[in-house]
Design a protein around this ligand. Structure first.
Ligand code: ADP
Length: 419
């Protein structure tokens, strides 16, 4: 990565690729799928509350990955004061558009940035939008922004575990998982517990927890001063059974770099905090190697056109309440927009060996599973395969379940075997 800060794209140079013209005929959800297909790894950065350094962490993760030679997009969906433009000294920039696509701001070589902050004249304006308007804006950002091919999209989420992060999470298909940012204080750790439960409820795998502002590096003697009793994040991550990605100390240069809009990890690459960021992104870099030969064949292979493939575990002709105990899977290819079944078949379930079903369903190009009960480990494995899972479906016939699912009237109850 070379030092090309703030070398924004010249709008005149943003000539759309030839096939961009075809996109004019796409529906919004087709566009969204197509845009997301260009992105290999989608990482969500969440926090239980605001002010813990979520945006700082998201921005520095993005720059660290770019310094590893990756093509990275940074998408700021935080309505509560979208701070990415300020953190990166991009305030006042406006992305260009050609009527079909919006082009993100090229911040550094390898890092493109898009923020709600670019769309509103005053950074606080977006807070007052009503819920549906916020979601339309996110939907539009996801479907209209032309990132080109990316290795990683880092999504800076709205803080907390309310409706906003939930809706944003639902709009991003096949995310690789979430990085949760916390600080060492007790209250913040309680918030992060809620954040972990939130991810589990919506089937987002948790890539790990980062404890930010963990101790202060003394500017004079460079010793670490333990200001807020650090280490709680690691303990809590162990208790909750999620990976711990490390601690980032308080470093006055982070504030200075943010205020000047400089990428901290780039300019202070020898600092303890920059080393901590490099260590923290290692599991994200490992995701890429997992998308090689280990991963199922591309989904388009035998799924017709715009079809979504849905699998339902079946025992004696009805949905199997326990996922691992089914005899077969009812497989439906459906057009979710037209609410039409395109084809259906039954596949005999493979032997019930640990870890086999996620791989097998991935190889069969399944996009969605509708299940009764399923353990959290299995749900994590499916999420790693980019397969989304709805649990708590009733023990009805597959035909009724698929019909109500397409109509949006399928009632989901409790997960009957969450072990
Ligand atoms: P959030 O997105 O959680 O609301 P921000 O990323 O905007 O939080 O950070 C809030 C403030 O804290 C910013 O001024 C940022 O520069 C500062 N900050 C974040 N992490 C650190 C750190 N490790 N050391 C020093 N300052 C930090």
């Amino acid at each position: 990565m070379s030092s090309k800060e703030n070398n924004q794209q010249d709008p005149g140079k943003n000539t759309p690729p030839a096939d961009d013209q075809k996109l004019k005929n796409y529906t919004e959800s087709q566009l969204l799928t197509r845009r997301m297909d260009e992105i290999q790894n989608k990482i969500m950065v969440l926090s239980g509350k605001g002010g813990v350094g979520k945006s700082t962490v998201a921005a520095n993760i993005a720059v660290t990955l770019a310094m590893e030679g990756k093509k990275v997009g940074l998408l700021d969906t935080d309505f509560h004061g979208p701070s990415i433009p300020t953190l990166l000294n991009l305030d006042g920039k406006r992305p260009s558009s050609d009527g079909t696509s919006i082009y993100p701001i090229e911040y550094l070589e390898g890092v493109k940035v898009m923020s709600i902050g670019f769309l509103v004249p005053n950074r606080d304006d977006a807070v007052i939008w009503r819920g549906p308007m916020k979601m339309n804006v996110i939907k539009q950002l996801l479907s209209d922004v032309n990132w080109g091919k990316l290795d990683y999209l880092i999504v800076d989420f709205p803080p907390g575990t309310g409706d906003e992060p939930l809706s944003v999470a639902q709009l991003i298909p096949q995310s690789n998982g979430a990085v949760i940012v916390t600080t060492p204080q007790d209250l913040s750790l309680n918030d992060v517990r809620k954040c972990i439960s939130f991810c589990r409820q919506v089937n987002i795998p948790i890539l790990g927890v980062i404890e930010n502002m963990s101790g202060l590096v003394c500017p004079n003697c460079h010793h670490l001063i333990d200001v807020f009793k650090s280490g709680g994040g690691q303990k809590m991550a162990e208790e909750m059974g999620v990976p711990f990605l490390g601690t980032i100390p308080i470093d006055p240069n982070i504030v200075e770099a943010s205020d000047k809009g400089m990428p901290f990890v780039y300019h202070y690459s020898d600092s303890e905090a920059a080393t901590a960021f490099r260590n923290a992104v290692q599991p994200l870099l490992d995701l890429e190697s997992r998308t090689g030969s280990d991963m199922p064949a591309p989904r388009e292979e035998d799924t017709p056109g715009n079809a979504t493939r849905i699998a339902i575990p079946v025992v004696q002709g009805r949905l199997s309440p326990h996922f691992g105990h089914c005899d077969e899977f009812a497989i439906f290819d459906v057009d979710l927009e037209k609410k039409e079944i395109l084809s259906e078949k039954a596949l005999e379930a493979p032997p019930h060996e640990p870890g086999l079903l996620p791989r097998w369903l991935g190889e069969n190009n399944v996009n969605i599973i509708i299940a009764g009960g399923m353990g959290s480990r299995a749900r994590d494995l499916f999420a790693e395969q980019g397969i989304s899972v709805s649990v708590g479906a009733p023990s009805d016939t597959p035909a009724n379940i698929i019909q109500t699912f397409m109509e949006g009237t399928l009632v989901l109850g409790d997960n009957v075997c969450d072990h």
